[in-house]
Design a protein around this ligand. Structure first.
Ligand code: SF4
Length: 265
């Protein structure tokens, strides 16, 4: 297929089919579209290869085969639709996951792509995001079915976005047809005051929002970029912090990254 010159394009890392390992959709089968670029630099990032846009991206030949074709970036919208069509075997996938990097850095592209991919596949659309770009979220909110937003604790991530996270969650809450959950990465360094502040801010918007406390998966030595490696919280810390948050928001689950246990991508 030949792209015309005005066709929207996006810079991608990869397209593949796998089992979702985090949050509300854990265990379901998804077509993942991993977008390039991120404007954050979280201490625990396990996707630092997404921070800059590569000249090429990878596309799985058939869902779950783990054999990849290499294509050049950026990718025209119609080409990406073709790749999704190829992944979308009957009765296989539960939804499409927009992940990254930060997918919302591609909001103008998504604004055009999402209605088309929905009418092509009929699959629900799930957004995984740092939860810090409410203006971009507003552009594509009507096309989303569920959102997993990170709430970055300064003591763990090194990033501080209290106002943006609050505005972001409020926007999700204002859209009654959308399922939203909050994911918080915790480590031995977690400051409990930050957990309490987060719980209060969430409760102020909607105490029924599910919260996932996700113990950090320590990075392999070759991928570490902090002076001291982040360590997973110990069992007492996890119990204490869940109890602390549950005083304000009842649905607090502790779930590690299950896709790493299953050797998914
Ligand atoms: S938002 Fe996600 S991709 Fe970006 S630095 Fe943080 S963990 Fe990495």
């Amino acid at each position: 297929m030949t792209a015309n010159t005005t066709e929207p394009t996006a810079r991608l890392i990869e397209v593949f089919s796998a089992i979702q390992g985090e949050g509300l959709n854990v265990g379901t089968r998804q077509i993942f579209i991993r977008f390039a670029l991120c404007d954050l630099r979280c201490n625990f990032c396990d996707s630092s290869h997404t921070w800059n846009a590569p000249t090429t991206c990878k596309v799985e030949r058939s869902p779950g085969s783990r054999e990849f074709e290499i294509h050049s970036n950026p990718v025209p919208l119609t080409i990406l639709l073709d790749w999704i069509k190829r992944q979308n075997l009957p009765l296989l996938h539960d939804s499409i996951s927009l992940t990254g990097g930060e997918p919302l850095l591609h909001a103008p592209f998504l604004d055009e792509f999402l209605p088309q991919v929905r009418s092509l596949t009929g699959l629900p659309i799930y957004l995984e995001t740092g939860g810090h770009r409410p203006e971009q979220l507003a552009m594509i909110l009507p096309y989303l079915d569920s959102v997993g937003m990170d709430w970055k604790l300064p003591s763990v991530s090194g990033e501080t976005y209290w106002q943006e996270h609050t505005k972001f969650l409020q926007l999700c809450h204002n859209n009654p047809s959308l399922d939203v959950f909050v994911k918080i990465i915790i480590s031995q360094n977690t400051n409990p005051d930050e957990l309490q502040k987060t719980a209060l801010l969430i409760a102020d918007i909607n105490p029924k929002v599910p919260v996932f406390l996700q113990p950090v998966t320590p990075l392999p030595a070759s991928e570490q970029f902090t002076a001291k490696p982040l360590l997973a919280p110990n069992p007492d810390q996890v119990l204490m912090w869940q109890a602390l948050m549950k005083k304000f928001v009842p649905h607090v689950r502790v779930v590690p990254q299950t896709h790493k246990m299953l050797n998914q991508l």
